[in-house]
Design a protein around this ligand. Structure first.
Ligand code: PMP
Length: 406
């Protein structure tokens, strides 16, 4: 059922904004219908312009681990705004945030803040080229590292397929500058690395003088206070961060080995800059968020809540004998209408998108907001409660019943 106000607002938006949006997935192209226009959020909930309430499992695509408008973060932000929002000078706050991140992620010896994950990933690739004096990049199908041009220099391999990576390295050995990977994929839905996949990438990178880049824009501070690299006990050469470290405000960062990072201007020849990079507002929100995460260590609780939700959904799915796979880790999950285990992009995109669309809109009607695509991850925050879960499971149950019936 299309809400009249959403339809009207989207048509208005389309008169002025390309496709009515400022980022494509928000257009609901992947699920059909009209996007919900949101005017505010609080904790686990978001509210539409016509005052419908949704339990939000998108959480700004994982940027918000403390939920919407966390009062402590908001308090710090209000103080920061009163002091001025951007100086484009050095500030003490930037050093403080850098220190916290370096302490939490030991592979990072030096860091540079940017305004988005896109910028940080682009710079990590540029740095890898300068450092190795080679050109090509190995990237995995279905993973996303921002929208910087991936050009003729990009070689593609399926996620979780080491054999294909070895073949590419064999063929282009003299010219591979970097391997870039999300240690846990979040951009084709949640897909976990198979055993030894990441370890094998590390070995290949070491053997052939290739820079290993972990894109932790989603996974950084998502599973533990630190990177997914700690979970998998690995050290990439460079790490790309974003989302959570900005506490709900725009940010990105890249960090890693001192000798690679030293190639960045002003220390080295690789130019990178930004008027708003390290601005006091984003940095304040990031500092407040990381402080709360380190003091409260909510990760175990988040993991248990997510497990309960996913196991609950699995149970319901089995009751209806539907072909659904649920991938989850920490506080991330995806529901795939697929009959095979989802381990790469080909399987992820072969899912039954029609069924997903119906499922999606069925949940939306019940006040459950999932990320609006079967190829995106969903997230829990510390603000999600057992009641939220119960409401969600009941809605899923009713929906699957309907799907099976139709
Ligand atoms: N890398 C990954 C893994 C991401 O998920 C994203 C954004 N979802 C980016 C990079 C780009 O970050 P941003 O949207 O801040 O440019």
């Amino acid at each position: 059922m299309v809400k009249a106000l959403d339809k009207y607002l989207f048509n208005e938006a389309k008169k002025y904004l390309v496709g009515g949006v400022n980022s494509p997935v928000r257009s609901f192209k992947a699920v059909g219908g009209y996007p919900v226009f949101i005017k505010r959020g609080r904790g686990s909930k978001i509210y539409s312009e016509d005052d419908r309430e949704f339990i939000d499992y998108c959480q700004s695509f994982g940027a918000l681990i403390l939920g919407h408008a966390n009062p402590n973060v908001a308090k710090e932000l209000k103080k920061a705004i009163d002091k001025g929002t951007s100086f484009a000078t050095t500030t003490k706050l930037e050093t403080e945030l850098a220190k916290l991140i370096i302490k939490a992620i030991p592979s990072i010896e030096r860091i540079r803040f940017t305004n988005s994950g896109t910028e940080a990933a682009m710079t990590a690739i540029r740095l890898s080229r300068a450092y190795t004096r080679k050109n090509k990049i190995i990237k995995f199908e279905g993973l996303y590292h921002g929208h910087a041009d991936f050009t003729k220099y990009t070689l593609l391999a399926p996620y979780n397929n080491i054999k294909k990576v070895e073949d590419l390295v064999d063929k282009h050995r003299e010219d591979i500058a970097a391997i870039i990977v999300e240690p846990v994929a979040g951009n084709m839905g949640v897909v976990l690395p198979e055993e030894d996949f990441l370890q094998s990438l590390r070995k290949i990178a070491d053997k052939y003088h290739i820079v290993l880049i972990f894109d932790e824009v989603i996974t950084g501070f998502r599973f533990i206070y630190g990177g997914a690299q700690k979970v998998f006990n690995l050290k990439p050469d460079l790490t790309v961060l974003g989302k959570i470290i900005g506490g709900g405000l725009p940010i990105g960062a890249l960090g890693g080995k001192r000798e690679i990072m030293a190639l960045l201007a002003p220390d080295g020849p690789v130019y990178q800059a930004g008027t708003f990079s390290g601005n006091p507002v984003s940095v304040t929100a990031g500092l407040a968020t990381l402080k709360i995460l380190s003091e409260t260590n909510p990760y175990k609780k988040l993991e248990v809540l997510t497990q309960d939700l996913c196991k609950g959904i699995k149970q319901i799915v089995e009751d209806y004998s539907l072909k659904i796979k649920i991938n989850f880790i920490g506080s991330m999950f995806s529901i795939f209408f697929a009959d095979k285990e989802v381990i790469d992009y080909n399987i992820a995109r072969a899912q039954d998108t029609d069924l997903f669309k119906r499922f999606y809109h069925g949940l939306l009607k019940e006040g459950i907001y999932l990320s609006p695509s079967g190829l995106e991850a969903n997230f829990l925050s510390v603000a999600h409660t057992a009641q939220d879960l119960e409401k969600t499971l009941n809605a899923v149950d009713r929906n699957l019943k309907n799907l099976r019936r139709n």
